[in-house]
Design a protein around this ligand. Sequence first.
Ligand SMILES: CC(C)(COP(=O)(O)OP(=O)(O)OC[C@H]1O[C@@H](n2cnc3c(N)ncnc32)[C@H](O)[C@@H]1OP(=O)(O)O)[C@@H](O)C(=O)NCCC(=O)NCCS
Length: 286
Amino acid sequence: MTTPSTELNLEYRRMVEADLPAVHALSQAVRWPHRLEDWQFVHRLGTGFVAECAGKILGTASCWAYGGEHGSLGMVIVSPDAQGKGIGRELMTRVLRELGERSTMLIATLAGQPLYESLGFVAIGRIHQHQGTVFQLGTAVPPSGERIRPVGASDGPKLARLASRALGMPRATVLDALRKVGDCVVLDSGGEPVGFAFCRRFGRGYAIGPVVAPDTERAKALIAHWIGVRAGSFVRIDVHESGGLSPWLAEMGLDRVDSGITMVRGEPSHVDEGVRQFAIINQALC
Ligand SMILES: CC(C)(COP(=O)(O)OP(=O)(O)OC[C@H]1O[C@@H](n2cnc3c(N)ncnc32)[C@H](O)[C@@H]1OP(=O)(O)O)[C@@H](O)C(=O)NCCC(=O)NCCS
């Protein structure tokens, strides 16, 4: 058992915007690449909690609701010098209470997995983190009759439907927020969007994701588009192992540098087999 954190005289409270510089420093202390703007993006979409001791933030955890039945949690960090004292567990209790009965997803690091397992989360897959700077352009292109084009003003609801089918949960709010911070291209078949991919500033460079497509070949075409646009820049993409894209990304020059475990608590969402999310937004929003 870990040492009870009551000995530290901790206060647990909701995170506010003014906490973001301090929680950003915490994520830097555990070598996460997030910028302050990346924290702002996730904070404004969800609810965070902090553990504070004498005015110093020692821990943080956040969660996001997708309608009344689904949610995710993440950004779970305890200051390295305060770990193993029960702070992570206490923060988790608060985010889980906030999400209530919702089926909840997370992407765990190896450090976090034992804590999540003890709270009822079950591993259902893996995520591979790829990153690097690519100078060569990709060769993957859409099938004939389909094209990649910039997102249009009227695409929003259609993309939200595709994403919701791929994940089995409402995604309109998250996609609207992404459109404010990133760029999006659509895979168009006969005037209808059949897939899409976002690219935005993140961490040390750019992040590609989410990538939603009917199959691997079309997902490759969408990703190759963004790799081409960002040639010469540092790019990160986190993909589901089950999508089979990892070897191809490594061949393209985006090395696999880390992996996470996809976990769920409660009933897994019912996804539509006809369209899949190949790359996630980030490890918090899944
Ligand atoms: C994961 C993390 C948040 C856990 O926070 P914490 O405050 O240290 O965790 P707690 O003290 O509440 O311990 C919770 C459980 O974690 C496990 N744990 C904690 N410290 C551990 C250690 N040194 N060795 C092995 N397991 C440990 C135990 O299972 C513990 O269960 P117990 O309460 O029954 O003993 C923290 O290690 C951390 O910030 N790691 C770096 C960032 C990270 O990887 N975050 C997870 C993102 S998904």
